[in-house]
Design a protein around this ligand. Structure first.
Ligand SMILES: *[C@@H]1O[C@H](CO)[C@@H](O)[C@H](O)[C@H]1NC(C)=O
Ligand SMILES: CC(=O)N[C@H]1CO[C@H](CO)[C@@H](O)[C@@H]1O
Length: 331
C-alpha cells in the first residue's frame, strides 16, 4: 500500500509446521495478515512510541492464530530501526520493540515477516546506495540469524525507479542476509511497480527479479494485488466478481515458466458480495496453482485502523466481521 494512505497492516504468517491451535483448511504454507502500527506516522522520524507509532496487539495476534493463521507481516520503518544512515547502528528502543513482537509471534510457532515499509526509499530518497542497503540488512539479519521462524521481506513496494536497481537491491539484501549467518530463513523479494502481480511481467520488473540467486534457495516472490479499479487498495468496490483471478494470471504463468514460488503479500477487498466472490475466486485459483502460490496475507490488521474499509483487527474490524468468515476454507 501507498504511504498516502496513512495506515498499513503488517502481515501475519503462521507456520504449518508448528501447528497453530486450530487445524487449517487449506494447503497454503503461509496464511495471515499484515499487522500495522510500527510504520505509522512515517512523516515523524524517529517518532514517539504510542503517539506516532505503535506495535501490534499481541492478543489480536493470538486471536488470528486461533483462526488458523500462521504468518504475520510486521511493517517497520528503516529509519526508526537504523537512524541517520543505513550503515549506522540500531535505535535500541525501536529494536527492542521489534524483538518483543517477533519473539511473541515466533514463540507461538508462527512466522514473523519483517517488512521495511519503505517503498525503496530512505528518508524519502530512492535508495541508490546498494552497498549501504546491504549494510542495513546485515545488521537486521544478524539480530535474528538464529530464529528460523523469521522471514526477511526486502522492502515494501518499490516503485517509480529503475528495474535494474530494484533487482540489484534485492540481490544485495539476499547476499547480506546470508553472509550475516541467517541461512535458514525465507526471504520475500519484492519488485518494482508496487510489486503488483498484475504488472509483474508488463512492467519489466520480472526480467531482473527472475535472475536473483540465493545460496540457501529460499527466496519467495512477494506480489501484491488489490481488486479495486486502479489496483491501489483504496476502494471498497471491486471491479468484478472475477477480477482477482484475472489479475493473477500473467504472473502465475511467469512463475510456472520460470520455476519460481510466490506469496500474495497484500490483498484485500471491501465487505460486500462482489468483493467476497472476487476474493474467493482468486484464492481458489491460487489453491489450484499451489505449486507456485505458497499463500496470502490480508491487508490489514493492527490496533490503530479504526473503521478502515479493510480492517481485519478483532473483534470488530470491517473485514474481520464481514469478509473473513467467507474465506475460512482458504486459511
Ligand atoms: C529512538 O527511538 C525512540 C522511540 O522510537 C525515539 O523516541 C528516539 O528519539 C530515538 N532515538 C534516536 C537517536 O533516533
Ligand atoms: C490498502 C491500504 O489501505 N493500505 C494501507 C496500508 O497502510 C499504509 C500505511 O500504513 C496506508 O498508507 C495504506 O493505505
Amino acid at each position: 500500500m501507498k504511504f498516502v494512505e496513512i495506515f498499513i497492516a503488517a502481515a501475519t504468517l503462521a507456520s504449518a509446521v508448528a501447528a497453530p491451535s486450530r487445524k487449517r483448511a487449506s494447503k497454503f504454507q503461509f496464511v495471515g495478515v499484515n499487522e500495522s502500527g510500527a510504520e505509522f506516522g512515517n512523516t515523524a522520524l524517529p517518532g514517539r512510541l504510542n503517539k506516532d507509532y505503535t506495535w501490534p496487539d499481541q492478543n489480536a495476534i493470538t486471536t488470528m492464530i486461533g483462526k488458523g493463521m500462521n504468518s504475520f507481516r510486521i511493517p517497520i520503518m528503516m529509519e526508526r530501526f537504523i537512524p541517520n544512515q543505513m550503515t549506522g547502528t540500531v535505535n535500541a528502543t525501536y529494536a527492542q520493540g521489534l524483538d518483543n513482537i517477533v519473539k511473541f509471534i515466533t514463540d507461538k510457532g508462527a512466522y514473523a515477516i519483517i517488512d521495511p515499509h519503505n517503498f525503496g526509499r530512505y528518508y524519502s530518497n530512492i535508495i541508490t546506495d546498494v552497498s549501504g542497503f546491504g549494510s542495513w540488512w546485515s545488521t537486521m539479519a544478524k539480530r535474528y540469524a538464529s530464529n528460523a521462524k523469521v522471514i526477511f521481506d526486502t522492502n515494501n513496494e518499490f516503485h517509480d525507479e529503475d528495474n535494474t536497481l530494484v533487482a540489484n537491491l534485492n540481490q544485495k539484501a539476499i547476499d547480506a542476509i546470508r553472509a550475516a549467518g541467517a541461512t535458514s530463513q525465507y526471504i520475500f523479494v519484492e519488485g518494482n511497480s508496487w510489486t503488483g502481480a498484475w504488472h509483474w511481467t508488463s512492467s519489466g520488473t520480472a526480467d531482473g527479479m527472475g535472475k536473483l540467486t540465493d545460496p540457501s534457495n529460499k527466496i519467495i516472490y512477494e506480489m501484491h494485488q488489490y481488486l479495486d479499479s486502479d489496483g491501489s487498495g483504496t476502494s471498497a468496490t471491486c471491479v468484478s466478481s472475477t477480477i482477482g483471478k484475472e489479475r493473477l494470471q500473467a504472473a502465475t504463468a511467469w512463475l510456472k515458466a520460470n520455476g519460481k514460488k510466490a506469496i500474495l503479500g497484500e490483498t484485500a477487498g471491501g465487505s460486500n458480495a462482489q468483493c467476497i466472490a472476487a476474493l474467493q475466486g482468486m484464492l481458489g485459483y491460487m489453491a489450484d496453482n499451489s505449486d507456485v502460490w505458497t499463500g496470502w496475507l490480508w491487508w490489514g490488521a493492527g490496533p490503530w485502523w479504526g473503521t478502515y474499509i479493510y480492517g481485519m483487527e478483532p473483534p470488530s474490524g470491517t473485514a474481520y466481521t464481514g469478509v473473513l468468515p467467507s474465506l475460512t476454507q482458504y486459511i
